[in-house]
Design a protein around this ligand. Structure first.
Ligand code: NI
Length: 258
């Protein structure tokens, strides 16, 4: 079944129909979802959802745009949440230079701090990186992120950089952008890297694939992403679903009965 490795179902855009939507996922072929925290409050809500639904898991972490809320005490709280049995990763963490604030120095400090946390608690990381390729790679190398492992989600850089991440053992998160008219760069990445390093993700409510671009996204749209990857790789959609599900379970350390 389809494994959505990156969703934000705690977002208020789902307040009207969250329960109906989440309950409809398995009938539509969606087997598992990891709900990703973006700040302290949404990390806590992610854990709440993971306890409500057995097929939802949580990642806890603070997105680079929100790191000004972090301090030593907040890091301790994140650490205590990582002990939860449904918490499978630290994220999303990283660097986002698209907006001027917070400053790169502040973002780098808390990216490194949360990488350290993941290392300490033996969980993979979900990395968000936008317009910050060089600093992200520099930190991944200097912090030996290859010992931590994880995914660079919503990958937006070149195939050369994707290769560098894969060589460090990282997975590449592929979502709706692969279906966009202007998504050529990501399609080249998918072509370049092995199927064994690709994860399916929505980043919902954002980044709805074609033909629903601009609308609220959900895991129900992932078949469009599956189809795009299958076309690029020249394999069946079933194979894309099976391999990416294995990849996701492996990365998040989710063991299921056979
Ligand atoms: Ni996200």
């Amino acid at each position: 079944m389809i494994f959505d490795t990156h969703a934000h179902y705690d977002d208020r855009q789902y307040d009207e129909d969250r329960e109906i939507l989440i309950s409809s996922l398995s009938k539509a072929g969606i087997g598992k979802v990891v709900n990703i925290g973006a700040d302290m409050a949404s990390s806590e809500r992610a854990l709440g959802l993971a306890h409500e639904y057995d097929y939802i898991y949580a990642a806890v972490g603070v997105h680079p745009s929100e790191v000004e809320e972090l301090n030593d005490e907040a890091i301790e709280r994140l650490k205590s949440w990582t002990a939860d049995e449904k918490c499978v990763a630290v994220g999303e963490i990283g660097l986002d230079y698209h907006w001027p604030d917070p400053s790169p120095e502040i973002q780098k400090k808390w990216f490194i701090r949360q990488l350290d946390l993941a290392r300490e608690v033996h969980l993979p990381v979900v990395i968000h990186s936008r317009d910050a390729a060089k600093d992200t790679m520099d930190i991944m190398h200097s912090e030996h992120a290859e010992e931590i492992g994880g995914v660079v989600h919503c990958f937006s850089y070149s195939k050369e950089l994707a290769k560098e991440c894969v060589d460090m053992g990282f997975y590449i998160g592929v979502g709706g952008v692969v279906t966009f008219k202007n998504g050529r760069k990501l399609r080249e990445v998918v072509e370049e890297i092995p199927m064994e390093k690709i994860l399916l993700e929505t980043d919902c409510p954002y980044l709805s694939p074609e033909p629903h671009r601009g609308e609220r996204n959900s895991s129900l749209n992932l078949p469009y992403v599956v189809k795009a990857i299958a076309d690029i790789k020249g394999i069946s959609e079933e194979e894309v679903i099976r391999i990416t599900e294995d990849n996701a379970k492996h990365m998040y350390g989710i063991i299921t009965e056979v």
